[in-house]
Each structure stands twice: as C-alpha cells, then as structure tokens.
Design a protein around this ligand. Structure first.
Ligand SMILES: *[C@@H]1O[C@H](CO)[C@@H](O)[C@H](O)[C@H]1NC(C)=O
Length: 186
C-alpha cells in the first residue's frame, strides 16, 4: 500500500515537473499525435509603425507601451496589430484574412512574446474566426501556439499553429509562416 502511495506521489511529481510551455517541442514522438482533420498554411505580415525609414508605407501595428527597464529584452512592450494574412509570402497578395490582437514581450532574460489574437476570415471562401493564444520565443526555429477555438466556418475548432519566421526586413517588418493543424473540425 505504501509503495502504491509512493508511486502515485512520484507520478504526480513527474507531472508537475514536466515542461508546460507550449513553444517547447514535445518529448513524445509526433507519431502518437492524431491526424489533423484540416491543415493549411497562411502568412502573417507585421508592419510596425516606427521612427526609422518606413519602406512599407502602410503600418499595420503599433507599439502601445514602451519596454520597462527590467532587463534588455523589451520586457513589457505591448504591440497591437491589425495585420494582413496572405496565402503566399507576398505582402501585396490579396489578403485571405486579418489577424487582430496583440503581442507583448513577457520574458525578462530573452526575446519572447505572448500572442493573443483572432484570425478573422471574411471572404467568399471562408467566414468566421480562429482564436489563437501562445508563447512565441523569437529565437526558436519554430513555435507551437494553441488554436483555442473558432466560430463560423471554424465552429468549435481546436488545434495547433506552428510559427516560423520567414523574414525580418527591417526592425519594422517581419513575416511569419503559420502552419495550421486542426484536430477538431465540424
Ligand atoms: C465582411 O465583408 C462584407 C463584404 O465586403 C462587409 O460588408 C462586412 O462589413 C464585412 N464584415 C466584417 C465583420 O468585417
């Protein structure tokens, strides 16, 4: 009996000790994951309003708060955005959706942001939203964020979106590839 209690306790400790950050790769092999019911790729373009040369005329995001002086990694800086989403990498392609929300630098000893936003589809192809939350450590080659829900054509959707940085063309423009995998589709 004592041994059993100890085992349960150890198991609990393991659970508590396991890394929970969504951006970290899983120790589990992905072959244990279910197959996505829907998969697609979109590109995110962020054009930050700024003081330096703005090679891309129309800004789509704005820094609301300056960084605090806690550390050197923009800690506390909050950016609100209404960014165009395209099907290919070209910023000037017709937008497939809009990404509306914010990211905030929330790590004291490295560059990392928390993304909270809604992808809004209002085209002949799709109407609805996908709602996304997750940590985006900028140095990692790819980052997994959670698709926590959806509406309209994406009613009750859930899944994972993987970010990879495709370009940083000035301090005021970056482009992400967003690889969507939905595991709940209706
Ligand atoms: C969606 O697009 C239609 C047609 O362009 C427009 O009338 C409507 O206001 C848009 N809705 C939203 C929520 O943007």
């Amino acid at each position: 009996m004592k041994a059993l209690v100890l085992m349960v306790f150890c198991f609990f400790l393991l659970l508590v000790a396991s890394p929970s950050a969504s951006a970290l790769p899983s120790k589990k092999s992905s072959k244990f994951y279910p197959k996505p019911c829907k998969q697609f790729v979109l590109y995110y373009h962020d054009i930050l309003f700024g003081r330096t040369r703005n090679i891309l005329s129309n800004s789509t995001s704005y820094r609301i708060t300056n960084a605090t002086n806690l550390g050197n990694y923009q800690f506390g800086s909050l950016i609100v955005f209404d960014d165009p989403i395209t099907k290919d990498e070209n910023l000037r392609s017709p937008p497939a959706a809009a990404a509306q929300g914010l990211y905030v630098y929330d790590m004291r000893n490295d560059y990392s942001t928390l993304f909270v936003f809604s992808l809004i589809f209002n085209s002949t192809e799709h109407k609805g939203t996908l709602n996304i939350v997750g940590s985006d450590p900028l140095g990692a080659p790819s980052r997994d964020l959670s698709i926590v829900g959806g509406t309209g054509d994406f009613f009750m959707a859930r899944g994972i979106v993987t970010f990879t940085t495709k370009a940083i063309e000035s301090i005021e423009y970056f482009r992400l590839k967003m690889d969507f995998k939905l595991y709940e589709c209706y």
